[in-house]
Design a protein around this ligand. Structure first.
Ligand SMILES: [Zn+2]
Length: 396
């Protein structure tokens, strides 16, 4: 069993949780950690010492005294770029260097031609990670080499805009990624960097990044990523839920009511992706004779109040709401958040919300938060960094 599969209770007071309490500011001392975890001061001290020796925690100065000796304060080392992150999209990639608290130290957006194939695309992006980590003075050097010294690169997290078999890091039957099917991303990257490389799909990374940034206190959440493609990531009992193979949350080929049902890249018709994704909106507008070349053009038309584009956005919102209603009735999350480039599209969001309220049990929506993902363009690389941070913090 990996630590990802361990039941949450088994991790109460585990090193990962101790680190998270310090990173989020919930704890600043060993006494805080002891109180939060219910563990004895000596057990907490043992785990804290181990985290300090791995360079994952540091003790800074002294806290406020309540009489007697002043307690030392715990902190997650910040400022040094120690985690590399890649959030690959259909046309762009966001590449970043982050510190152990998940804070972005350096980040850059690069144009990508996904059709150039995995070796060329990933090779270039890994080189960019090396440059970003190397250009950070705190990281002390340009090579992508690992180690436990403060500032050394600990790992690289990569988000792929398609289905990823989590255990192997392999891409399985992606839409719009010619030449990528079956590609072993983890093995390819392992040959180029000597630190752990963790691969997941982009919606899962957005879910993790948004959850840790906006709602770490909520246990059950669903995040929809609506951009060129459409997908979702699920947080259950505070953890990313991947299911048996890593396909949990992949709603792209769920069937929705659409007449006529547009054909989908998977061979079926009427899939959510064929109705509500950015790519579907581009196709539908072109078929109506509107000369639009990409999602940016579609969003501009919607913002300008174009009748055809707005009608399609409403239809897309209803389709997303329809699938989301099933998910909410089944899973009963505390928050549903939508991110990706279509999240700013007001007509889509309004129809999604209306459909959700109409189709859900009152008990499921009574206290349900429905919102936009607020973390912006770095949410994916933030999730990628947390994936790595969780991985490098050894279980007890
Ligand atoms: Zn499909």
């Amino acid at each position: 069993m990996t630590i990802d599969d361990a039941p949450r209770d088994a991790l109460r007071g585990g090193p990962r949780e101790l680190l998270r309490w310090v990173a989020t500011g919930a704890a600043v001392s060993r006494a805080d950690l002891s109180r939060l975890s219910g563990l004895s001061p000596s057990t907490v001290s043992q785990r804290v010492e181990a985290l300090i020796s791995q360079g994952l925690l540091e003790e800074t100065g002294a806290g406020r005294s309540r009489g007697g000796r002043r307690p030392r304060q715990l902190a997650v080392p910040t400022g040094g770029a120690v985690v590399g992150a890649i959030d690959l999209g259909a046309h762009h990639a966001r590449v970043g260097a982050l510190d152990l608290s998940g804070r972005v130290v350096q980040a850059r957006t690069l144009p990508v031609r996904i059709e150039d194939g995995p070796e060329a695309v990933l090779g270039a992006l890994l080189a960019e990670v090396a440059t970003l980590v190397g250009s950070d003075p705190a990281a002390g050097g340009g090579a992508v080499a690992g180690g436990s010294a403060p500032g050394a690169l600990r790992g690289v997290g990569i988000g792929i805009p398609g289905p990823v078999q989590h255990a192997t890091g392999r891409i399985v039957s992606p839409s719009r990624m010619p030449g990528w099917n079956g590609f072993d991303v983890a093995a390819f990257c392992a040959g180029r960097v000597d630190v752990p490389v963790i691969v997941d799909n982009d919606a899962n990374l957005m879910a993790l990044g948004a959850h840790r940034t906006a709602h770490p206190e909520l246990d059950h959440a669903v995040y929809i990523k609506a951009g060129t493609g459409i997908g979702s990531g699920v947080i259950s009992s505070g953890r990313l839920h991947r299911g048996a193979q890593g396909s949990a949350g992949d709603i792209s080929h769920c069937r929705v009511v659409a007449d006529p049902a547009p054909p989908c890249t998977c061979g079926n018709a009427g899939c959510l992706e064929a109705v509500a994704s950015g790519a579907a909106l581009v196709t539908a507008l072109r078929e109506q004779g509107v000369p639009v070349s990409d999602l940016t053009g579609v969003i501009r038309l919607i913002d300008d109040g174009d009748r055809q584009a707005t009608a399609l956005a409403r239809q897309a919102g209803r389709a997303v709401g329809e699938i989301l209603a099933v998910v909410v009735n089944f899973f009963n999350p505390q928050v549903v958040a939508i991110g990706g480039r279509l999240a700013d599209c007001e007509p889509l969001l309004a129809s999604m919300r209306a459909t959700l309220y109409e189709r859900c049990l009152p008990l499921a929506t009574q206290t349900l938060l429905i919102e936009r993902v607020a973390a912006g363009q770095d949410v994916g690389i933030t999730g990628a960094a947390h994936l790595v941070i969780d991985h490098v913090v050894a279980p007890a």
